[in-house]
Design a protein around this ligand. Structure first.
Ligand SMILES: Cc1ncc(COP(=O)(O)O)c(C=O)c1O
Length: 425
């Protein structure tokens, strides 16, 4: 036995490595199969700061002025302390009318999706979601070794409710419902969400409300109903009155809601979001989450701005007005588009979608090409900004399409879409 082999086998109970197997072991380590097989997500982030960012659905202006004030008060010493999430969770919970135990702050919704999948999905489980939608649902489902069951929307891009219901099986462990949906801007009704939750009591229903503020409808108030019921038991919290919309329904006990501070609140760079739900489910997810997942700068910013309704109302009003202006401009240019309840509009350009994105970039405006999303061949998305940004965006669109010599005749139906004449034509 060589000296190396002797060393490798010396420890009692150690695996019996020889120099032969050592060579193999010394080769590059391999990840789990699920990681090897999962897709990569590399959004085009380079060189964005010098252009008008109408490509990523962020807030395109600035957060509430209260954020600057709060950050200017942070001492250098505060950077040396591990962040404490709980006090800010209590502030956010109060803002939402929930108990602190019902809210988990996360490193934005990206981490929220990860935590939900990490907590609830095992190999062989099925995770259902409609497509086209946010790609991180795929990434996190597949990373867990679970199966992604994708329900394709038809040409209207409306939520494929009946088909999603029909796809629920005993293996369905998680259903992700995105409302308003990215990149289509379409929504799901409360009734649909409830009936999905009731049809799949064995599954967790995660409602992604990243774009809630630009729509105004939510199922978060259903959790308040749960909260008031729970408060009679262990939580000892005050009774929250049931909102009229929720009072007709029994709130699902298997539903959680995700929200982000990246969109209306304008804190995308600080990475904060949240998960809210019944305490029984939240307890599992809290276990699966690092105690320090949200940094102290982000926590200070959130505490300062979460209740600044004056700012949020102003920003949301800017977006709703701008969205209507963009939709009207697209109508005038005869560019087919889908009605949106979010801070973006999806348009159908046809085969020259890349050319449009390049023409806009040359004019200093970034758009997002969504042509490779399932069912969105030839589609491009524009984020709605504040008033002057909408002016710039519309002018650049008009210029670009004219310079390209684009005509509505170029728009043929996206490949996977049905044959009837689309409403948007
Ligand atoms: C539907 C949806 N969910 C979640 C996210 C992630 O947001 P964040 O991680 O910034 O909170 C996005 C980002 O664009 C999104 O479109």
């Amino acid at each position: 036995m060589s000296e190396v082999d002797a060393l490798l086998t010396a420890e009692k109970g150690a695996p019996r490595l020889t120099s032969e197997t050592w060579d193999v072991a010394a080769q590059s380590p391999q990840p789990r199969h699920a990681i090897l097989n999962m897709p990569e997500y590399h959004p085009p982030l380079a060189g964005r700061t010098s252009a008008l960012r109408l490509d990523f659905n962020e807030n395109t202006h600035a957060p509430s002025p209260r954020v600057r004030e709060a950050l200017s008060k942070l001492s250098l010493e505060s950077f040396t302390v591990y962040p404490e999430r709980a006090p800010v969770e209590a502030i956010v919970a109060k803002h939402l009318g929930l108990a602190p135990e019902q809210v988990l702050l996360t490193n934005a919704v990206d981490e929220a999706i990860h935590i939900v999948c990490f907590t609830f999905l095992e190999e062989g489980d099925e995770c259902l979601f409609a497509v086209p939608s946010f790609f991180m649902y795929d990434v996190n489902t597949l990373a867990m070794g679970a199966t992604a069951v994708r329900i394709q929307a038809d040409e209207t891009l409306s939520f494929p409710y009946e088909r999603l219901l029909a796809a629920i099986t005993p293996k369905t462990k998680l259903i992700i419902l995105c409302s308003p949906n990215n990149p289509t801007g379409t929504t799901i009704t409360r009734e649909q969400i409830h009936s999905i939750a009731q049809t799949a009591p064995h599954a967790v229903i995660m409602v992604d409300e990243a774009y809630y503020h630009f729509f105004g409808e939510t199922v978060m108030d259903d959790l308040q109903t749960r909260h008031s019921e729970q408060s009679e038991g262990s939580l000892q919290t005050k009774q929250v009155p049931r909102p009229p919309a929720a009072s007709k329904h029994r709130a699902p006990q298997n539903m959680i809601v995700a929200r982000t501070f990246s969109k209306a609140y304008g804190l995308a760079n600080l990475r904060v979001g949240l998960l809210a739900g019944p305490v029984a489910l939240m307890q599992h997810m809290r276990k699966a989450c690092s105690p320090y997942n949200v940094n102290g700068v982000a926590l200070a910013a959130v505490a300062a701005c979460v209740d600044d309704t004056e700012y949020i109302d102003w920003y949301v009003d800017q977006i709703k007005t701008g969205r209507a202006r963009i939709e009207k401009a697209l109508d005038n240019m005869r560019v087919p588009h889908w009605p949106s309840q979010a801070n973006f509009v999806l348009m159908h350009i046809g085969p020259r979608h890349k050319e449009l994105v390049e023409a806009m970039r040359a004019r200093g405006v970034l758009l997002r090409d969504r042509s490779s999303d399932p069912g969105l061949d030839g589609c491009v998305r524009i984020t709605v900004g504040v008033e002057d940004q909408v002016d710039t965006g519309i002018a650049a669109l008009r210029d670009s399409l004219a310079a390209m010599g684009w005509t509505p005749a170029e728009v043929s139906k996206p490949e996977q879409q049905p044959k009837e004449t689309p409403e948007y034509e």
